[in-house]
Unconditional design. Structure first.
Length: 317
């Protein structure tokens, strides 16, 4: 039996082959497609989706230009999707807005998982869904407003790295895409969507201790996974807040936190001595070898302790 791609290629040979190819595509429930450059690639995506009415799980790797039309094709020809993942390669570009994502989710009423890379132009993210359980948006460096009405949301990932333009304009690594006021407002909005979230991933460089507090006060105590990475202003005070608000964590990721110290590690050891299984501390330059060794010995359930680029970043005595 030939794979679906080859069957589709030989489908034009004769009626029998065409019939066999159509039968294969009709039964496809999972597909991994590549969006290349040019309209012809978009038409191939359309043809594949149109031929697969039972598609429930779709992955699209963008090496061309992801547009509003691409999302419209997905919503039109794959209304029964449960999972949609859009990744972006080095040559890929995206012109989609937050409104385009909102329209996509509205058209996919059964969608449970959505992960989209290439959200550079999204300034707002307003989504209303009764079924969505996982939402991940990446490269949303212009994101200013979040309004999520998702009653079943269990996992939320917001990735807002500073744009290259902002870094070059400031001439400093400490540049942020959001002001402290903007970060506080965004944190409140994210927090309002976290009443059911059990896995929370935040990559917001401008996040402060006060802003993280606004997120955590709305979180359920049943949060199991918390990732707050590359936050340039988070200090030990936030770790105390985490320990109080999220007592049942089994994964804590603080990678890229420049200001947390061994004191934060001591608080983690006290709060999560028997339940924390994964602790990620990569690129945290204020931590010491002694503090990491002490944490490794005190955390009874630890399975993974990542301290890459932490010990090596420390200057020798």
């Amino acid at each position: 039996m030939l794979p679906p791609k080859d069957l589709a290629s030989v489908g034009s040979v004769n009626k029998r082959w065409r019939w066999l190819a159509s039968q294969v595509w009709r039964k496809v429930e999972s597909a991994n497609l590549v969006l290349g450059s040019g309209k012809s690639s978009e038409e191939k995506i359309r043809g594949s989706l149109q031929s697969s009415p039972r598609l429930a799980d779709l992955v699209i790797h963008n090496e061309g230009v992801l547009t509003k039309r691409t999302l419209s094709l997905i919503a039109e020809y794959s209304p029964y999707l449960r999972s949609l993942t859009i990744t972006q390669g080095e040559r890929g570009r995206s012109t989609i807005s937050g409104k385009d994502i909102q329209t996509l989710v509205r058209g996919l009423s059964l969608l449970k998982r959505l992960s989209v890379e290439g959200c550079e132009r999204a300034t707002t993210l307003a989504i209303d869904s009764a079924n969505l359980e996982t939402l991940c948006v990446y490269n949303a460096m212009r994101l200013e407003e979040v309004n999520l009405q998702c009653t079943r949301l269990e996992e939320l990932c917001i990735h807002t790295p500073p744009s290259v333009y902002e870094e070059r304009r400031s001439g400093s690594e400490d540049s942020c895409n959001l002001s402290s006021t903007g970060a506080m407002q965004l944190a409140r909005q994210i927090g309002s969507a976290c009443s059911t979230v059990r896995r929370l991933h935040l990559n917001i460089p401008s996040l402060t201790d006060r802003a993280l507090h606004e997120v955590l006060i709305s979180c359920t105590t049943e949060v199991r996974c918390l990732s707050v990475t590359h936050s340039k202003h988070i200090t030990d005070a936030s770790i105390k807040e985490v320990a109080t608000s999220c007592p049942h964590l089994d994964l804590l990721d603080l990678s890229g936190s420049r200001h947390i110290t061994d004191y934060a590690l001591d608080m983690i050891c006290v709060a999560y001595e028997f339940n924390l299984r994964h602790l990620l501390l990569a690129a945290c330059p204020q931590l010491t070898c002694h503090g990491i060794q002490r944490a490794a010995s005190k955390l009874q359930a630890i399975e993974l302790l990542d301290c890459g680029f932490t010990i090596t970043m420390q200057e020798p005595n």
